[in-house]
Design a protein around this ligand. Structure first.
Ligand code: AMP
Length: 215
């Protein structure tokens, strides 16, 4: 199974991608996670990406496409993958098409999670994540059992530096201007499937599964 999971920041892509990855036994490929890891490891890509990410801007397409060429061609993606946070611009989508042709593979579906912006700002402001195991919490709807501590591994939860109100606004603007056209790109190919993501994690999960079963 080769999927793209699209939607604005905070819509719940990461949470749903983790569930899909567990059920279909394929890796979740999150460009945001790869970049955050590169920053922690202080690699050249991490150093270049950091200033864009802190400002809520997109990292340049060539940096992202080089990362993805390497990742999608690697052994861990041989049985399939879920792309979470990529492609985010039309040039990234056409670049992905070229990578898929080179690898001789095709996408099975492009799922687009949709929700209004008020809900997004609320979700992002309450989002906390575990820097050790990647678990994601929402302080209101899915809080950890103990304040600020990961239920899975006990690490101290953090708020992402780009989940501050001003940066959130900028990320949503970037989404409307640069990423929304990617949905049209896949809609024109007849591949985009919209999913209402305003409900709870389990309600959205039901809808995702039913969209996949109708494929
Ligand atoms: P995310 O974790 O998907 O919300 O991504 C966090 C940040 O990483 C974004 O605001 C961008 O600065 C950067 N980023 C992640 N994926 C991409 C991408 N496909 N293209 C450009 N920048 C990206």
């Amino acid at each position: 199974m080769r999927l793209i999971l699209m939607g604005p920041p905070g819509v719940g892509k990461g949470t749903q991608a983790k569930k899909l990855a567990a059920v279909y036994e394929i890796p979740q490929i999150s460009t945001g996670d790869i970049l955050r890891e590169a920053i922690v490891n202080d690699t050249p890509v991490g150093r270049e990406a950091k200033e864009y990410m802190d400002a809520g801007r997109l990292v340049p397409d060539d940096v992202i496409l080089n990362l993805m060429k390497e990742t999608l061609g690697s052994e861990k993606c041989a049985r399939g993958f879920i792309l979470d946070g990529f492609p985010r611009t039309v040039p990234q989508a056409t670049g992905l098409d070229a990578i898929l042709v080179t690898l001789g593979i095709r996408l099975d579906a492009v799922l687009v999670l949709e929700v209004n912006e008020d809900i997004i700002v609320e979700r992002l402001s309450n989002r906390r994540s575990c820097p050790e195991c990647g678990a994601i919490y929402n302080l209101k709807t899915s809080p950890p059992a103990q304040d600020d501590t990961c239920d899975n591994c006990g690490a101290e939860l953090v708020q992402r530096s780009d989940d501050q109100p001003e940066t959130i606004k900028n990320r949503l603007k970037v989404y409307r201007e640069e990423t929304a056209p990617v949905i049209d790109y896949y809609a024109k190919k007849g591949m985009a499937k919209a999913i209402d993501a305003s409900g709870s994690v389990s309600e959205v999960w039901e809808k995702l599964q039913s969209a996949l079963s109708q494929k």
